[in-house]
Design a protein around this ligand. Sequence first.
Ligand code: URA
Length: 431
Amino acid sequence: MAEHFDAVDVIRTKRDKGELSEGQIDWVIDAYTRGVVADEQMSALAMAIFLNGMNRREIAQWTQAMINSGETMSFSSLSRPTADKHSTGGVGDKITLPLAPLVASFGVSVPQLSGRGLGHTGGTLDKLESIPGWQANLSNDRMMQMLEDPGCVICAAGSGLAPADKKLYALRDITSTVDCIPLIASSIMSKKIAEGTGALVLDVKVGSGAFMKTLDDARELAQTMVNLGTDAGVKTVALLTDMSTPLGKTVGNALEVRESLDVLAGGGPADVVELTCELAREMLNLAGVHDADVEEALKNGRAMDTWKSMIRAQGGDPDAPLPTAKHTETVYADADGVITELDALAIGVASWRLGAGRARKEDPVQAGAGIEILVDRGQKVTKGTPLFTLHSDDTDRFERALESLNQGWSIAPIDESVPTPRQSVVIEKIN
Ligand code: URA
């Protein structure tokens, strides 16, 4: 790098609400990746950005510098167009599982480079690893083969894409600088642009179980990411979707695979089907396929056939029984009335405490652990109606899980409450 900057100057610029220059951003990201800028200096800069923000030009430059920190991939040699989906993460969000084979079954390749879960939101790879034999790590060559046939792949992102983000994300996690729109947008989009997809649909979650708790924040994050993608030549749209209540009726790894199989078999919960079909239509549209009957492809087994090929190609047995937890416990309604609340965060934390998620990167997860939600918001119940089934391999996890779960549901007398079933998961589209 020709120009040399000083980390203290860069931090001071942002601390004093100044604009970082192109040279400053390129230098600080490169120097941090190489270990020349120390963690404590990058922590100070991340906090200054958290407090004082970045403008559109700075965010674009920051994203480009993170892309430049590692390798980039290209799918241009494939015979089919590509479309990818990224979700900002939510409770019960298993959509990638039915979505990737559904879209691929219409001739559009879907490269889903995914991660493991940290905290109360589950990771796609953790879910798939509950399928006996299934392998997350693939070589680039194998990945490219799978994108031709069966046309989709869900695998671990290699460490070569945007290594600056990997380092910075770990630092943000321990310095309380994760929930910052410029940093989240550049983190997600650096990886997606480096991956080389032609089209990208973003599922930006809003509500208690999401990073973005308000619609205004979710809108700003979505617009920032759409601008970054579009400016980089990736056709990008975002859907803002509801995460006040978990998606579907299961939270936990094998439980969510089972529910995804229900969707691929033409059934499954209405909200999971709705979101899968909406996202599939957006991905297919961006990739130039405009008349796809995605609902029919779930009903007639076409998406299921692609799913089975995808699972087999990664060593998994799609017909093997899924693991189940050793113990279960059921929670019952304590009164007659209407279910007025099923809170995503409380249910997500409870599932995590049952063993479905991890507190540290290196922790194992339990394949069978999690929660089945047996009722809907707005449903009438009587005292004694089963509301939830908890699953875990360790009975001593139930108490702490219940502490969280019991903060997350409520029953109101029928004559005093207005039932609030979820109307639609998709709130708004941003492009
Ligand atoms: N996911 C990411 O990849 N990065 C963030 O900053 C937040 C969520």
